[in-house]
Design a protein around this ligand. Structure first.
Ligand code: SF4
Length: 340
């Protein structure tokens, strides 16, 4: 997105969004305040041959004002790899920007926010994985994409929420160690049992603090208040939540499901940036229930995107050792091989 945007155009994109109390509301006055900053970012982006990637969980003014691509971490990293841009600004969290750097080692990759952690990625270190490998030498180590480069470098195969079950099933070893998400580990066990696949699945103890908030009682309450509502959830939720859901998928799969569904009412169990996207892109759909924000994703702002583009500081630059990058790329390439 590089053309100049006026406040009315921004308003028409954002007016349907009503999530998070008063946090994500876009009256015309707010759009008038935002557009000068948006246009300044888009101008500098053009001058510097930069690409801005936005995860679905960041704020709507980033997604609809300055981003070139929006989606999940896997999709965005592929966009980074395939682009001709010299600079990638990754409006998301650090492990995602690291993945872009691993796939595009010669590009400058910038992360706007300094509060760029993730409770899943931060739950385990490379040294802890090395220790686990010594305890479980016969297991294939499978890591979720929500891991640091150092952790990926010590695992055999990386997976995303959209391919995890198929890859675990295909791995020619009946002993798997999955990390870092405890709930996804439990969900893998349930899915393998449903598919009739016999494997020993061990897992580590991380959780996403956003998705662990949801519980089946919430769903039962919403279903009793809105009979016939479609409940859609992300695989980082607890197994009991998935069991009560009508559809489970990655953020891209959830958006895709809503776009094709004949249902009007949805209860969406994932970070509320996705709720905002559904409201903006499918204003005829009705969303009810909770909205949970990720403090890390929401720490990306137009202001820190502008400053990282204009004068990136050391905290904005993603730098990784060549050896770590090469090993981590091998782990990600194995995912591409399993999904080819
Ligand atoms: S929503 Fe959860 S998994 Fe995603 S970045 Fe935030 S803490 Fe990490």
């Amino acid at each position: 997105m590089t053309a100049t945007l006026n406040a009315n155009e921004l308003f028409s994109k954002l007016e349907s969004i009503k999530v998070g109390g008063t946090t994500c509301r876009y009256p015309i006055e707010k759009c008038e305040q935002l557009t000068p900053l948006i246009n300044e970012i888009n101008q500098i982006k053009k001058e510097k041959n930069a690409l801005i990637l936005a995860h679905s969980y960041v704020s709507p003014e980033i997604i609809y004002g300055v981003s070139d691509f929006v989606g999940d971490s896997y999709y965005l990293s592929k966009q980074a790899r395939d682009s001709n841009s010299d600079i990638i600004v990754f409006a998301a969290v650090k492990f995602m920007a690291e993945t872009a750097k691993i796939l595009s080692p010669d590009k400058t990759v910038l992360i706007p926010s300094q509060n760029n952690g993730c409770t899943l990625a931060d739950s385990i270190t490379g040294a802890q994985v090395a220790a686990l490998r010594q305890q479980h030498p016969n297991h294939t180590f499978v890591c979720y994409i929500n891991t640091t480069a150092d952790v990926k470098a010590r695992c055999e195969v990386c997976v995303t929420s959209s391919n995890v079950y198929d890859i675990v099933e295909k791995i020619p070893n009946d002993k798997i160690f999955f990390l870092p998400d405890r709930f996804m580990g439990q969900n893998i066990i349930n899915e393998m049992a449903r598919r009739g696949v016999e494997k020993e699945i061990l897992y580590s103890d991380g959780t996403c603090y956003v998705h662990e908030e949801y519980d089946p009682e919430m769903i039962q309450f919403i279903k009793s208040e809105y009979p016939g509502i479609d409940v859609i959830s992300h695989p980082e939720c607890k197994p009991e939540v998935l069991a009560e859901s009508d559809f489970v998928g990655s953020t891209s799969e959830l958006i895709n499901y809503v776009s094709k569904s004949a249902h009007k009412d949805f209860f969406v169990l994932t970070e509320c940036g996705l709720t905002g996207r559904i409201q903006a892109e499918f204003p005829e759909k009705r969303l009810v229930g909770t909205c949970t924000m990720c403090r890390y994703m929401k720490s990306n702002t137009l202001e820190n995107i502008l400053s990282s583009l204009k004068a990136p500081g050391p905290h904005n630059q993603i730098t990784l050792e060549r050896d770590v990058m090469d090993k981590a790329r091998g782990c990600i390439d194995n995912m591409f091989r399993y999904t080819a």
